[in-house]
Design a protein around this ligand. Sequence first.
Ligand code: IMP
Length: 422
Amino acid sequence: MPNTVIVGAQWGDEGKGKIIDVLTEDADVVVRYAGGNNAGHTVFVNGQKFVLHLVPSGILHKRKLCVIGNGVVVDPVGLVEEIQGLRKLGVRVDGNLVLSETAHIVLPYHRALDAQREALKGKNKIGTTRRGIGPAYADKAARVGLRVIDLMDAARFESKLRERIRENNGLLRALGAKPVPFKHVLGQYSAAAALLKPFVANTVQLLHKALRDGKSILFEGAQGTFLDIDHGTYPYVTSSNTTAGGACTGTGVPPNCIDRVVGVMKAYTTRVGEGPLPTEDAALGDLLHSLGREFGSTTGRPRRCGWFDAVVTRQAVMINGITELAVTNLDGLDTLPVIKVCIGYRHGKTKFDHVPSDTALLAQCEPVYAEFDGWQEPIGNARRWKDLPAKARAYLTAITDLTGAKLKIVSVGPDRRQTIFV
Ligand code: IMP
């Protein structure tokens, strides 16, 4: 398999976990390159549900090397819990999971700052997952972050942690939040460090050796294009480069080693947290929620839902260099008589065929819709393109044509087997 980046073409939760799981079959190495345990990748294997937050979804396949790259921010305690949870479910993690020694770590003061800043913002909050992701990346950029390599050196970790907790507790007090207890954090993180030690390596060297040995790499994106710190609907974004460019900086693999970019998008649109969602539609949200769909896998929050937005996905194709598309959750639209697709935006007399940079303006844009006939029959058992109803095929062809990349995969249900290769 060519070295492939998998990236979300909307606001995250596009169903990347399942697509990564399906494509892992043909890859040797799977590497996460951005984000932290704000991500929640859900995969069903033989009816068993797995939710992965930091460990690459490839772990559910035998004989695949899974790497948590340098661009990820790692909560060591959360990672230990995830590893132990996987072991309990009989998933092998020893010898096939590697953690970058230069990944930054998330500390309790990051989570406390995240929560307190959100609380103080009131109605202007971002709607973060409160996992401390923003403050951890802020420390990385400010060059005061602690890395996995620091965590592995007990004396260095203790001294750096003491100094960082002193400063951050001052900040927390000033913001009206409770300080974090140094001794408790030290104990908890030292215990996690001991358990994580066997997983830690220089992943840049390891990935380049894999490339020299002719192995293929799957780069597992987290979140989605419009949550990217540079290209998303700022400030309603996460704090990393979730777009395909992040695959290089977040792993140390250069751009000329990447052969293909696969964009994952739902057959409609969702987002969790605040910020503009031009095609948001309460009735569509009620329908999807009544089917038990569209609840966040990390926070359990109901996701906001809207119609497919081709303006957004076209821009995602452009920014990420997406050549192939995977459309997921098509079966969520099974019962609808009419399905809308946004083909442009209008703001007063101005028309937009791209996502405006001004987030406040985007929030005021009115979608311009095209309408499609629904297929109104269950499609979960379709396994080949020709098994899909003609109206479903017409809908898929239209949304992918509007987006400008080739349709390669259609997902008609959560299970691995509910996948159509076009
Ligand atoms: P943070 O990443 O926790 O700082 O949250 C920032 C924004 O990104 C919020 O709107 C979150 O809901 C959103 N977000 C973060 N991670 C995910 C994800 O994995 N899926 C969907 N949205 C996410």
